[in-house]
Ligand binder design. Structure first.
Ligand code: PMV
Length: 345
């Protein structure tokens, strides 16, 4: 007996950043993200009863063996078998692919671990022959995804998602993300995200190491407080539609994240000279034209340009005229807000 489950799940870009963790992958502050539409991981999971002498897990990435990631997945799957008891009785074949290039400044761990968590939860449902209520299923998938990669907890939901306990959001939790349930202003319902590829080489310092450097960081407490305040304000902005305030908070979050890296002990920088030149040009363009346009950064040098769909044409022209020369091989990826994961099979 063999069964196959396929899920596609998006990456997300944090608007308020999660940076610093405690306990078992729990965040030191709440975070808010927008799920993307085009940048997704597709996971195909085939399971069959375990047979003695056969491997419990085989993994292929885009049709090829990837032993390092196979090992990571194997450890992750072992670590969640208390929550998903079916995993002790079945052997798994997993293959995955991404719609976006590796190291493009798009969080592949968020899309990958959320897609896998959804596959594993669907497998448990199939074996139990019992469908979980939808909200409970997504909450469970988010909790499992979190254990693989913190930011993956947010990718289980479309549009905007909150992860981490916060004031005024009674359902929020450190253990799983929740969808933002407020009314999203039309300006933020079709937000575009153009990802500018400044440099695709592997990061010198991983996010895991970066989170660890927050443990003794001299600014840790002030940072967690700043994020809490930014969360409250940004959720209000999503409802009210004030793009200037949105820009103020989102850019403050992006530069604070990199400021924390620069003031860690040891300190490090992930920004590149062209990141800073691009930021200057974005700000100048915004001042000159008064067109709503905002940038954010992940833990890397690449820039996410955020703007309403209505201004797409003029901003695409700006990118072609002023930014493209700063990009690695002139590359950028067009994305925008998405509606969350899809079960394919
Ligand atoms: O989920 P992790 O452990 O890869 O950490 C993600 C950290 C940031 O991407 C920089 C911020 C965030 O909230 O996604």
């Amino acid at each position: 007996m063999k069964n196959t489950i396929i899920w596609e799940s998006p990456s997300n870009i944090a608007l308020v950043k999660y940076w610093g963790k405690m306990g078992v992958q729990l965040p030191c502050n709440p975070s808010l993200s927008m799920s993307l539409s085009a940048s997704v991981s597709r996971f195909e999971l085939t399971y069959s009863p375990k047979k003695p002498g056969e491997k419990d897990l085989t993994y292929l990435f885009e049709g090829k063996e990837n032993k390092a990631f196979e090992e990571k997945l194997s450890k992750f799957i072992d670590s969640v078998s208390n929550d998903l008891p079916c995993l002790t009785k079945y052997q798994l074949k997993i293959s995955s692919s991404n719609t976006f290039p590796h190291s493009a400044g798009i969080a592949s761990s968020a899309s990958a671990m959320s897609a896998l968590a959804l596959c594993l939860c669907s497998m448990q449902e199939a074996i139990d022959e019992m469908e979980m209520p939808r909200d409970f299923f997504l909450q469970k998938a988010s909790r499992i995804a979190r254990l693989g990669s913190g930011s993956a907890s947010r990718s289980v939901f479309g549009q905007y998602a909150i992860w981490g306990e916060m004031e005024g959001q009674t359902e929020s939790s450190n253990y799983f993300a929740i969808p933002f349930k407020g009314t999203i202003h039309p300006t933020f319902q079709d937000l575009q995200d153009t990802i500018l590829m400044i440099d695709s080489s592997p990061k010198k310092v991983s996010s895991t190491a970066g989170h660890e450097l927050m443990v003794d960081h001299p600014y840790a407490d002030a940072r967690f407080q700043q994020a809490r305040l930014n969360m409250v304000e940004l959720l209000d902005v999503l409802e009210q539609g004030d793009f200037d305030k949105f820009t103020h908070i989102v850019e403050n979050e992006a530069l604070s994240l990199h400021g924390l890296m620069m003031s860690s002990n040891p300190s490090y920088t992930l920004l590149k000279p062209n990141t800073l030149i691009a930021i200057e040009r974005i700000k100048n363009f915004r001042e000159k034209t008064q067109i709503p346009l905002c940038f954010t950064l992940d833990a890397g040098p690449n820039i996410h340009l955020l703007y309403p769909k209505a201004d797409e044409f003029i901003i695409q022209n700006f990118i072609k005229q002023e930014l493209i020369e700063l990009l690695e091989e002139g590359k950028y990826i067009q994305d925008g807000m998405g509606n969350g994961p899809k079960r394919i099979k």
